[in-house]
Design a protein around this ligand. Sequence first.
Ligand SMILES: O=P(O)(O)OC[C@H]1O[C@H](OP(=O)(O)OP(=O)(O)O)[C@H](O)[C@@H]1O
Ligand SMILES: Nc1ncnc2[nH]cnc12
Length: 220
Amino acid sequence: MLQRALIFSSSNPICSQLPTTAPPDNTVFPKRNGGWIIPFSSYQLPAFRLRNYRRTLLPPLCSASDSAANRPNMASQDEQDPRISNISSAIRVIPDFPKPGIIFQDITTLLLDTKAFRDTIDLFVERYRGKDISVVAGIEARGFIFGPPIALAIGAKFVPMRKPNKLPGEVLSEEYSLEYGKDTMEMHVDAVKAGERALIIDDLVATGGTLSAAIRLLGI
Ligand SMILES: O=P(O)(O)OC[C@H]1O[C@H](OP(=O)(O)OP(=O)(O)O)[C@H](O)[C@@H]1O
Ligand SMILES: Nc1ncnc2[nH]cnc12
């Protein structure tokens, strides 16, 4: 997934049918070809070092580990990777769901395709293994599908970022706007420590609101 610090962009080889509406001005993600930023894409940005994690979330405290200079290289590697087009075609696109004007990217069909699903996980594992990442933060709900296998394979812990009032311990909360509504995301306060390097995983970035909230929650 997902962004001076982040994860993904769109001219995205996997979900190539996303609409090309520009993200809001306040997003920090790169806009390649004026498209959206979305997880399974070539412009991945990677992981953050939580230098100074704190409970009161203030301005960005983390930096991206992969320099901008390395990213075009990653992009061209992905463009040559034959797995990407197969993964892209395994995602079903449903217009006007859940309401008119939304072009829904349905990853449940990807999950039915064992090769495409495995290849998706492998792509992330190949990219992030050996990068000193100790935390994979998965965003509910679809980040819970892709995050755990990636976390196990790269030897990181998995931290769920949950919908409100689901976690039993002390939490940090972030409210955010969605393409179709508002929501709140929560994370256990003690799940991530200062100095840890985190990778945020989700299935898709549309407006970037969810990913931005996840970044704020990590205190980046
Ligand atoms: O970039 P954004 O505009 O924030 O949208 C992207 C988010 O929207 C979807 O989740 P959703 O909130 O629909 O929750 P779900 O996974 O529980 O269905 C998707 O899985 C991302 O988390
Ligand atoms: N276009 C989209 N497809 C799938 N999930 C989404 N969540 C927000 N926008 C979405």
